[in-house]
Design a protein around this ligand. Sequence first.
Ligand SMILES: *Cc1c(COP(=O)(O)O)cnc(C)c1O
Length: 360
Amino acid sequence: MSLPKLYIPGPVDIAPETYAAMAEPIIGHRGGDFEALYASIQPALKQIAGTERNVFLSTSSAWGVMEAAVRNLVQTKVLNLCCGAFSDKWYGVAKSCGKQAEKIQVEWGEAIDPEVVRAKLAEGGFDTVTLVHNETSTGVMNPLREIAEVVKSFDGVLLVVDTVSSFSAAPTPMDELGIDVLLAGVQKALALPPGLSIFGVSEAALERAKTTENRGYYFDFLEFAKADKGNNTPSTPAIALLYALRQKVNAIAEEGLENRYARHSKLNKMLGDWAAKHGFKNFAPEGHESQSLICIDNQDGRLDVPAFSKALRAKHNLLINGGYGKIKGTTFRISNMGNETVETMQHLIDCLDDVIKDFI
Ligand SMILES: *Cc1c(COP(=O)(O)O)cnc(C)c1O
């Protein structure tokens, strides 16, 4: 049997046009052909990120840039906003980089409260805040605009935002919100193969980096800024993935950002309706539901999640996720990221219906 279509929250299903784009011949990265490729990606990518500045391209998964943000920006102490697997881990990563770190920790399934952030920052001593916009492990979308407003009201505190599973699926206007580092891996909301990350860095963040010690080389923001001036990257980039990124950002420009956000909301609502129809609740609180995936609450153990996912794969060749880390099985997750349409989601829902009748 062929490999299953991916409805896990990353990596997700790749469009045939994306695979085709990746088959273009590889070029040398020190020269005009590459500079033209790099420059051609920027206009649409900057528009998605909501920034006037060029967006840097890192040959790494998102964690490379998440760690880099800590290494480049934190001089006194970082505040990590923790509400699930990815945001929690950022705190551990900051400590492992030798940085002073404190966290605000909420239960998995809850969102970060901006007023709690305000109270913590008012204690003083922080120079950086990390936020995961869309906590993929719990399906919670944090109130980005409100949290950004709070962080911006404190002088000298930089805001780093992970938009790995929301970039291009929900608005993340970097400049408007005053975000200092906005980053995303490409295998989730952008529906590209893994191995590349994109990140925007504000002027204030670059200024900070200049006086931060031990930034290293591979992820040094100043190296990225210097290379960017010549439409290039510090080290050899994943050129095939850049072809894929060019194809994708152009496709997004053609679709239109507002249309794309609306499509994701609509498809996500189809998943929410499916869950409700079978008596399941969204694991995320009302008003903080992710728009690019659903994390479904199975804490009463009504569904044998591993057996259900297995049956869905065996019968329909579709793969969903049986829950992340400590909420494996007590939740399960289904993605609507990337290229999904009403038709493909309806097919998924028909298949979910077909299989679930044997389980509940
Ligand atoms: C997947 C994910 C990451 C980590 O991405 P890697 O590609 O494994 O580095 C970070 N943050 C969020 C929100 C994610 O969903």
